[in-house]
Ligand binder design. Structure first.
Ligand code: GNR
Ligand code: NI
Length: 179
């Protein structure tokens, strides 16, 4: 089932999400719904708070067109270490439609998380995945990428952000997507 993506101004995007205590059938259904929703919205990542569930879980698929292998699920993630090296990328967010801005972040991170099968993983990630992981992790802390740009750039975006908050700019959903 497709979920509605909450946009800028929705209070749930500012909440600190709660840990997932066990992977119940409801959580498995949520994960499945999140993939469906993410593909329909043509995103490469989605955090549970974006679909109204304030729990510590996000999904990523950097290559949605390349079948199922790219699907990643991160439950109760912790970012344990960051590279000193940083880079810049023009980020977007499904919850902030039409807005893209350069965000500086560490190039690599160490992430500890659980899989849906209850396994603990600990990985050093030094590819573009590290960028998306940090963006998604921020959602679990109530942080949006627009919080990480300069005050000047943010003030230039103020009108657009207000329009999004007022429901005048909506998330585009693709009409014919493939699961
Ligand atoms: O689809 C998305 N693209 C993206 C590009 C650069 C950095 C992060 C992202 S994640 C975003 C989907 C989204 O809003 N996830 O929370
Ligand atoms: Ni986002």
């Amino acid at each position: 089932m497709l979920k509605t993506i909450n946009t800028y101004g929705s209070p749930v995007l500012r909440d600190i999400a709660l840990p997932v205590t066990s992977v119940t059938p409801e959580i498995r259904q949520l994960i499945s719904d999140m993939f469906e929703t993410m593909y329909a919205a043509e995103g490469i990542g989605l955090a549970a708070p974006q679909v109204g569930e304030s729990i510590r879980l996000f999904i990523i698929d950097l290559h949605p067109m390349d079948a199922k292998e790219g699907r990643r699920v991160f439950i109760n993630p912790e970012l344990l270490e960051f590279s000193d090296e940083k880079d810049v990328y023009d980020e977007g967010c499904l919850s902030i439609p039409t807005v893209r801005e350069d965000v500086v972040r560490p190039t690599a991170v160490r992430i500890k998380y659980q899989t849906p099968d209850g396994e603990d993983r600990n990985e050093w990630i030094d590819t573009f995945l590290a960028r998306v992981i940090q963006h998604e992790f921020d959602h679990l802390e109530g942080v949006l990428f627009t919080d990480r740009i300069s005050a000047i750039k943010r003030s230039l975006l103020k009108k657009t952000l207000k329009k999004i908050a007022d429901g005048e700019i909506e998330v585009e959903m693709s009409e014919n997507y493939q699961l």
